[in-house]
Design a binder for this molecule. Structure first.
Ligand SMILES: NC(=O)c1ccc[n+]([C@@H]2O[C@H](COP(=O)([O-])OP(=O)(O)OC[C@H]3O[C@@H](n4cnc5c(N)ncnc54)[C@H](OP(=O)(O)O)[C@@H]3O)[C@@H](O)[C@H]2O)c1
Length: 250
């Protein structure tokens, strides 16, 4: 299956890496010539002469263009009936993408990016488009939405995912500053979060029950949570997500 990619940046590279060996062939746009050439050498992608050549040569077109200008760039291209265009641009709304690529079909997606290079990043899709579902499911767990408002709200997870790297970095730095070898600190933080994430996926207990079980009264978890709450650290996540939501709702 051939997929044309408009915007040969970080996300394009992550998704192409994630689909390695799964039978997908990619044609990418020539801008970011170094990255396109590197992807040609490492993943055998075709580098088209222009954005229009990508569109002309592919029935499936994945849009990884900058969010601010992406829809305008799409408006300058000619699409045809029978094509299907998937936008991965944060904040791009279905109606705007659909109008820009008519008469092609349109859909919107969101994913964390780098985790998709490892087949582990959840992908959101709105609306259901069977032609894209196999590709996205290869990049991580797939969530298909039928309701646009719910989809747009859920896309805020993209920022949450990115911010968690900063949080992990701060924790790793703290352990390293206290004398734990940086490589051990990195593994410790990653393994702890992976273990806790698996708990959420595997246990049926609610968070309230889980919290009661893991925070011994008077213990060290309780002490840490008290400091975080006193300093507004947990509440600040909600405040930050509100800002992201305003952005993605437009
Ligand atoms: N990075 C992620 O993990 C991630 C995750 C989810 C969603 N997204 C979304 O993916 C999109 C791309 O993000 P990114 O992080 O990959 O950004 P990026 O690394 O800056 O990539 C954007 C690419 O688009 C190219 N471009 C700009 N104008 C173009 C044009 N007119 N024609 C063809 N290509 C053009 C840029 O080329 P130049 O470098 O030459 O300007 C760059 O290679 C954004 O809309 C973002 O919201 C990203």
């Amino acid at each position: 299956m051939r997929i044309g990619v408009l915007g040969t940046g970080h996300l394009a590279e992550f998704l192409i890496r994630g689909a390695e060996g799964l039978g997908y062939h990619f044609t990418v746009s020539p801008r970011s010539a170094d990255r396109a050439a590197a992807l040609a050498a490492s993943h055998g992608v075709n580098v088209a002469r222009s954005n229009q050549a990508v569109v002309d040569g592919c029935d499936l077109v994945l849009v990884c263009l900058p969010a601010a200008e992406g829809v305008d760039i799409l408006r300058g291209l000619r699409f045809r009936a029978g094509q299907s265009v998937l936008s991965a641009m944060a904040g791009a709304r279905l109606a705007a993408v659909a109008a820009a690529v008519a008469p092609a079909a349109a859909a919107c997606a969101m994913m964390p990016g780098l985790a998709n290079a490892h087949g582990l990043g959840p992908c959101l899709l709105y609306p259901a488009r069977t032609e894209w579902e196999g590709f996205l499911a290869a990049l991580g767990p797939l969530h298909v939405f039928g309701d646009e408002a719910e989809f747009v709200t859920a896309t805020a997870f993209g920022a949450m995912s990115g911010a968690v790297f900063f949080w992990m970095d701060a924790l790793i730095g703290w352990f390293a500053a206290q004398g734990v070898a940086p490589a051990v600190a990195r593994r410790l933080v990653a393994e702890t979060l992976r273990g806790n994430a698996e708990v959420l996926l595997r246990e049926v207990a609610g968070l309230e029950d889980i919290r009661r079980g893991i925070a011994t009264p008077g213990g060290i978890t309780e002490a840490l949570v008290r400091v975080l709450e006193t300093r507004g650290a947990l509440e600040a996540w909600g405040g930050g997500m509100d800002v992201v939501l305003q952005r993605v709702r437009g």
